[in-house]
Ligand binder design. Sequence first.
Ligand SMILES: *[C@@H]1O[C@H](CO)[C@@H](O)[C@H](O)[C@H]1NC(C)=O
Ligand SMILES: *[C@@H]1O[C@H](CO)[C@@H](O)[C@H](O)[C@H]1NC(C)=O
Ligand SMILES: *[C@@H]1O[C@H](CO)[C@@H](O)[C@H](O)[C@H]1NC(C)=O
Length: 357
Amino acid sequence: MVQLSQALAAVLLATGVVAHPGGNVNKEILRRQAHLDHPNRRSIQSCKRDLVESGWVREQHQRREARLHELRVAAGFAKEHELVRRDPAEVEADYGVEAACTLDPESTEGPYWVTGELIRSDVLTGQTGAITHLDINVIDTTGCKPVTDAYVELWGSNATGVYTGVQAKGNGDGSATAVATNALRGLQPTGQNGTATFTTVIPGHYVGRTNHLHTIIHHGAKLLANNTIQGGTISHVGQFYVEQNFLGQVEKTTPYNTNKQAITTNAADMLFNMGKQGGDDPVLKISLIGSKIEDGLYATIDVGVNPKARQNPQPVNAWTANGGVPVPGSPWTGYPDSCKYCGFKPPKEKKDVLFEA
Ligand SMILES: *[C@@H]1O[C@H](CO)[C@@H](O)[C@H](O)[C@H]1NC(C)=O
Ligand SMILES: *[C@@H]1O[C@H](CO)[C@@H](O)[C@H](O)[C@H]1NC(C)=O
Ligand SMILES: *[C@@H]1O[C@H](CO)[C@@H](O)[C@H](O)[C@H]1NC(C)=O
């Protein structure tokens, strides 16, 4: 895996790809490579035995199974007594293999991270699209236990591929309309089982990127009186994706089918391909709640982190009572034309890369 990704890195560095709409590619290749090469890196697969033996895998599977059923009953697609459970032994056997939705890639925060977002589970704030009930489990891969005291931050573009809280050329029509809303952004504490849940939409596509959701995992942050967090450290910066065939079906529904921006498939998305390296699978496991996408979706993913790792993502804006305001000195200011990260030259020494254990 390491050799393969180094070869990929060499090709990409040789082509001099910079100022990609998803962020700076050279920087990302180096960051991802450092993560994969790190001696302390462990995947969820390496925790499989502990998580199965402690009963956590079974419990979480059954909790999610019951939650999906609850959503189906609430939407009128099933009766309460109709829950059919999958054999938990089969679930345990499958856990942690690539297809089982595990993840520990490090990826870019991208140019549109807005810090200071609210702690809330339902982040829709009036946005429409394929409504998705997202269930994220966070696992400490150094101790093979759920992380019970973290905050999961989530953000994504809206169904037509525009981010809220920011104004930038290429973000929708580039006007300031989206700065005034915090839709599709928020944080949740992980709690007893290491679980954070959100209600959001499947993000739309925009030029140069396949559809993706962003996440950041915060540790040791202080809860403020106005329902935001401050301080602490960040162990993980990642992106979640949607399986391509299913994504094609979503893109045929309204309002996704009104999005005029060019489509990039997963296979053609460099950051998606980087996220798939090293046995990781950053693809959400998605179930229909009813008989079609418009009836709503239930999505799950497990994120493996080293809580002591330190990532240093940079927000472009901060959310305030007056909307999104610029963060002074952000390296993303001016994106995509003149930001500090737009002309990034990769350092020669690996020690300059952003990952530390
Ligand atoms: C944690 O999981 C257990 C087992 O599924 C469940 O009974 C409990 O309600 C969950 N706790 C929370 C806070 O979700
Ligand atoms: C996405 O956001 C833009 C900018 O605010 C808005 O014009 C567009 O209607 C939104 N898309 C949807 C599906 O609401
Ligand atoms: C929450 O409080 C902090 C600290 O006073 C402040 O910086 C921030 O702007 C506030 N956020 C909102 C959304 O009111």
